[in-house]
Write a protein that binds this ligand. Structure first.
Ligand code: ATP
Ligand code: MG
Length: 324
């Protein structure tokens, strides 16, 4: 398999923070590679180093064969970049935003007209070309940013949290475009996300926590490592139920505000006995296969949506209980 991004020992220190602690990975040509991790994991820092926006403290990366420190301009010519926060000029029209980008990124004058039309078609914004960006919805702005990232025919498109803040329908829509890009243009897509559902769509997912990769594989492989089934139960007395499950099934139990989850082997068989024999009245119970959230929970000892990641503590149970 061809490699388009090769990362070796990439590190970034800020004063008092080791944002990225030595990253090694390779991204295959044409894949959608997802970077999944909680707030502060180092996802944006990594994307910014790969796309030459910030300089690594140590290590390096090759993107499309070019070094991210020594051959910045060549890297930039090979990539499209969509930042976490919008960088559109909202007072300008879509067309003006795209024209400016062509200028900055050295798209020849004679090509600009065609390129702008082409990228707007990809994201279905042709009819908004001469409209002021301020009047766009969040989803339309994101699509325009993607269009802008495609103007130079990039080999790799970096998307930092492309769908954050968008409603579910717009999210799904945007994903259609991302998948279309992969299929039609053969572009390699490197994106970051907090969302398990989005990570599921990726060909491979790297899970990052506290500046380190804690897993890297296809979503299916990652989930199969967790194994077994998850029973989710809500009872009349969840605290007492938790203690009982921990004792009876020797399982690690996590709470999610609505109930309790624990992992078991052969869940469908166990579920019937569980319901029959459980001493505390059950409000609801269901059985499901592990998700990427369970993968993260098992590896990091807490859920990914947890916002407070500033203190690293060991001991899975305490972390799982924290902040609920
Ligand atoms: N310019 C900076 N100066 C100092 N510290 C920084 C700077 N940028 C990032 N950091 C720190 O580096 C760590 C990683 O930040 P980064 O933005 O890469 O995380 P992230 O995974 O993208 O998080 P989020 O999901 O919130 O976007 C954090 O602890 C952050 O506070
Ligand atoms: Mg970020």
């Amino acid at each position: 398999m061809d490699t388009i991004i090769e990362v070796k020992g990439l590190k970034k220190y800020y004063k008092g923070t080791e944002a990225v602690k030595g990253l090694d990975l390779s991204v295959h040509k044409g894949e959608i590679f997802g970077f999944l991790g909680p707030n502060g994991a180092g996802k944006s820092t990594t994307i910014n180093m790969l796309s030459t926006i910030i300089k690594p403290s140590e290590g390096h990366a090759k993107i499309n064969g070019f070094d991210n420190v020594k051959e910045k301009n060549k890297v930039r010519a090979s990539i499209g970049l969509i930042f976490q926060a919008s960088t559109l000029d909202e007072k300008l029209t879509a067309n003006e935003n795209l024209k400016l980008h062509c200028k900055f990124y050295g798209v020849k004058k004679s090509l600009r007209e065609d390129r702008i039309q082409e990228v707007l078609e990809i994201v279905d914004l042709t009819d908004k070309r001469y409209k002021i960006v301020e009047t766009f919805s969040g989803g339309m702005k994101r699509r325009l940013e993607i269009a802008r990232g495609l103007l130079n025919y990039p080999k790799v498109l970096f998307l930092d949290e492309p769908t954050v803040g968008l409603d579910p329908q717009t999210r799904a829509h945007l994903w259609d475009y991302i998948l279309k890009l992969k299929e039609k243009a053969g572009i390699t897509i490197f994106l970051t996300t907090h969302s398990m559902e989005e990570a599921e769509i990726c060909d491979r997912v790297a899970i990052m926590d506290h500046g380190e990769l804690i897993a890297l594989d296809t979503p299916d492989q990652l989930k199969s490592k967790v194994g077994g089934d998850i029973i989710h139960v809500s009872t009349e007395a969840n605290q007492a139920a938790k203690a009982l499950i921990e004792e009876r099934y020797e399982a690690e139990v996590t709470e999610d505000g609505e109930g309790l989850s624990f992992r078991v082997e052969n869940g469908s068989k166990l579920l019937i006995d569980f319901v029959k024999q459980f001493d505390i009245p059950i409000k609801s119970v269901n059985l499901r296969r592990p998700t990427l959230n369970d993968v993260f929970l098992q590896l990091a000892g807490r859920e990914i949506r947890e916002e407070n990641v500033s203190t690293k503590t060991s001991g899975n149970r305490n972390l799982a209980r924290r902040g609920r």
